[in-house]
Write a protein that binds this ligand. Structure first.
Ligand SMILES: NC(=O)c1ccc[n+]([C@@H]2O[C@H](COP(=O)([O-])OP(=O)(O)OC[C@H]3O[C@@H](n4cnc5c(N)ncnc54)[C@H](OP(=O)(O)O)[C@@H]3O)[C@@H](O)[C@H]2O)c1
Length: 266
């Protein structure tokens, strides 16, 4: 069974266009020596920006120093509403994300916004984590549910766990990672599973309860095709988001939705 994201996507799209038709908005994506895959992703971002009536620019840099200088200039540029830092980087992204103005941090990745997430007061929530939580809220009641989050990265696993366990959502969360013993026992005891591992077919049918809800965050390339972290057959017994098209589609839209919120801070 597939979890449809269509109504949520349409709602977010309409919210964005409502504001982008009244306000001039610009997103700048900065990348360090982008490879083909990165450029393909940034071009898909450009295509989406056109559909959403948002100005868009890609800036390519050649060194960490140039990347930081570019970010500082963008912080001071009043015509730029938001900054997207293309990842992965060949060093800890914290070394660069600390320079992004939190009010232009539409990805919600700066230490300021991530720290404030714990207080429930961040200006912008990390887009992928927010995508997971909003897909869940659109589909089910989260309050009181047991959730297994597989993955503890700074941009996905950790923030999604904080958000689900917050007083806004009231889930009981178990965070699993590469040192977790017997993940199957944990997933079988969960109503909801968030798979953010980055291993194709990591979640198999024997690991999930019937009628459970599974959010597949994974994006893996296998034989030139994009696949998630959840084996296809899991759909026979549980509700699962699609890859591509599920979390990723909502994540891309939330980035632009966050951009529309920057008008509050100008
Ligand atoms: N759809 C979207 O919008 C979107 C956005 C971002 C990322 N993604 C995708 O989501 C996936 C995760 O991304 P990420 O940035 O969070 O990746 P990441 O930084 O590589 O983190 C992966 C996490 O999975 C855990 N892990 C790895 N092997 C494991 C195992 N055998 N058992 C249990 N846990 C294991 C790791 O544990 P340790 O901490 O112990 O190493 C780590 O916490 C990737 O496929 C990525 O492409 C999708």
């Amino acid at each position: 069974m597939i979890i449809s994201i269509d109504s949520l996507a349409e709602k977010i799209r309409n919210n964005i266009i409502n504001i982008s038709t009244k306000h001039k908005l610009k997103l700048v994506s900065v990348a360090l020596e982008p490879d083909k895959a990165t450029l393909a992703y940034l071009n898909s971002q450009r295509n989406l920006s056109k559909k959403l009536n948002i100005n868009y620019e890609i800036i390519k840099t050649n060194s960490k120093e140039e990347l930081i200088e570019t970010i500082k200039k963008l912080n001071d540029n009043r015509n730029v509403n938001g900054i997207f830092l293309s990842q992965p980087l060949p060093f800890d992204s914290h070394e660069v994300s600390i320079y992004i103005d939190p009010k232009k941090d539409v990805e919600g990745i700066t230490p300021h916004n991530l720290g404030n997430l714990i207080y429930g007061k961040s200006i912008f929530k990390p887009c992928t984590a927010d995508s997971v939580v909003r897909i869940l809220n659109n589909f089910t009641e989260i309050d009181g549910k047991r959730v297994a989050v597989i993955g503890r990265s700074v941009i996905v696993g950790m923030p999604v766990s904080v958000m689900l366990a917050s007083k806004e959502n009231n889930a009981t969360v178990t965070i699993c990672h590469s040192h977790t013993k017997n993940i199957k026992e944990i997933t079988l005891n969960s109503d909801i599973i968030v798979a953010a591992v980055g291993h194709p077919e990591f979640i198999t049918k024997d690991m999930v309860r019937e009628n459970s809800i599974i959010i597949d965050v994974g994006i893996n390339v296998v034989n030139g095709k994009i696949v998630g972290d959840v084996e296809k057959s899991v759909r026979d017994i549980a509700h699962v988001t699609e890859v591509p098209g599920g979390v990723g589609e909502i994540t891309s839209l939330i980035l632009f939705e966050n951009l529309t919120k920057t008008i509050l801070y100008k």
